[in-house]
Design a protein around this ligand. Structure first.
Ligand code: FE
Length: 331
C-alpha cells in the first residue's frame, strides 16, 4: 500500500511539472487577435500551450511587480521601446542568451543587454492630404516646424509614448535645444488642439481641417480600407538624412518565470521567418527579419530608409522628451 502511495505521488509530481512545462503565460498589451494565430501555430509545432492575459501595459507591469516571485507571467509583450525600456528599468525582465535571437533580430531593434527584443517594426511618418499638397511639398519632420505650415499641421498629444519616442529620436540626432526649436515650431503650426489618437488626426487631414500629420503607418493602412479616405497619402520622412522614425512591438522573458526555457523558445519562434510572415502583417506592421512577406495592403508604399538609432535610446531619452514637450507647451 505504501509503495502504491509513493508511486502515485511521483506520478502526480511528474504530471504537475509537465503541465507547467507545457504551458506559457504572456502578459500583453497587444490585442489577443493579433497573437492567436501565432500561439496556435506554436502549439501545433511544440505542444506548448500559450495563455494570454491582456491589459493596459502600465497595469500589467504593476501586476507583475505585485505578484513578484509568485507571478504566472512568463513573457511580457507590449508596444513601443519606451515601454519596454521602462519595464526593464523596473526589473521585470531577465537577460536572455540565445544565438537564434541574436542572429535573427537586428542589433538596433533590441535591448543591448538582451533583456528585450523587437518582433515587428512600426514606422511613424508624415501623412498629407492630396487635395491640398503633393509629395514635393514635404521633406522632413523638422521642416513641419517652418512657418509655411502655419495652421495646417495636426498632431496627436505628446502624452502618447509614440510621440515621446519620436521626440527622443530627434534629441538623440540633434540635441535638446535644436529639437526644442523644432517641436516649438510644430506647436505654433497646429491647426487645432492635439488629438487623442492617430486615427482622429488622420480624419482631420482627410476632411481638410488640417493638411498634414505624423502617424504610425498601420493606422493609415486601416483607414485606407475605406475609399472615403483615399486623399490621404504617405510621405517617407527624412529620406536624405537619418530616415523614418521606427519603433517596435517587443517582448522579454519575465525574471520570475518558472518556464524560462519555453519562454525563450516562443521568442525564438516569433523571430523565425514562418512566424514573421504573419505576425507583422496581422497589424499591418513591418517584419524585423529580412525576406519576409510585407502585407499586401502596405506593399505599394515601397521601401524606405529607417532611422537605425538603437531603440533602447528612445527609452533612455523618454524623460527628456517629456520635459521638452512641457517646455514648449506641446500638450
Ligand atoms: Fe497604436
Amino acid at each position: 500500500m505504501k509503495r502504491i502511495f509513493v508511486a502515485l505521488s511521483v506520478f502526480l509530481l511528474i504530471s504537475c511539472s509537465n503541465q507547467s512545462d507545457n504551458e506559457l503565460n504572456i502578459y500583453t498589451s497587444r490585442q489577443p487577435q493579433l497573437l492567436e494565430p501565432i500561439i496556435e501555430d506554436f502549439y501545433a509545432n511544440t505542444g506548448i500551450k500559450v495563455n494570454l492575459l491582456s491589459g493596459n501595459a502600465q497595469e500589467l507591469m504593476e501586476r507583475i511587480d505585485i505578484e513578484g516571485e509568485n507571478t504566472n507571467a512568463d513573457i511580457f509583450m507590449t508596444v513601443d521601446a519606451g515601454v519596454l525600456w521602462q519595464a526593464n528599468e523596473r526589473g521585470i525582465f531577465s537577460e536572455i542568451e540565445s544565438d537564434i535571437l541574436t542572429n535573427n533580430i537586428p542589433t538596433y531593434l533590441k535591448d543591448p543587454n538582451n533583456n528585450w527584443f523587437g518582433f515587428s517594426k512600426r514606422a511613424r511618418t508624415i501623412v498629407y492630404s492630396s487635395d491640398e499638397f503633393s509629395e514635393d511639398d514635404f521633406s522632413t519632420y523638422e521642416d513641419l516646424a517652418d512657418p509655411k505650415w502655419k495652421g495646417r499641421l495636426c498632431l496627436r498629444t505628446s502624452k502618447k509614448v509614440y510621440n515621446r519616442s519620436l521626440i527622443a529620436s530627434m534629441i538623440d540626432a540633434y540635441g535638446f535645444e535644436k529639437t526644442k526649436e523644432v517641436v516649438s515650431g510644430w506647436v505654433s503650426n497646429l491647426a487645432t488642439e492635439v488629438f487623442s489618437n492617430d486615427t482622429n488626426a488622420l480624419k482631420a487631414v482627410s476632411s481638410g481641417q488640417c493638411g498634414v500629420t505624423i502617424v504610425n503607418t498601420y493606422y493609415l493602412a486601416r483607414l485606407l480600407d475605406d475609399p472615403n479616405y483615399s486623399n490621404l497619402k504617405i510621405f517617407w520622412a527624412n529620406q536624405n538624412d537619418r530616415g523614418v522614425h521606427v519603433n517596435i512591438s517587443g517582448a522579454g522573458v519575465v525574471k520570475s518565470s518558472r518556464n524560462k526555457i519555453n519562454a525563450v523558445k516562443l521568442l525564438e519562434y516569433l523571430s523565425s521567418v514562418d512566424a514573421q510572415n504573419f505576425y507583422a502583417s496581422a497589424n499591418k506592421e513591418y517584419p524585423v527579419v529580412e525576406n519576409v512577406v510585407i502585407d499586401e495592403s502596405i506593399k505599394d508604399w515601397g521601401a524606405f530608409i529607417e532611422d537605425n538609432i538603437n531603440v533602447a535610446k528612445l527609452g533612455e531619452l523618454q524623460k527628456e522628451a517629456v520635459l521638452l514637450a512641457q517646455e514648449v507647451g506641446y500638450k
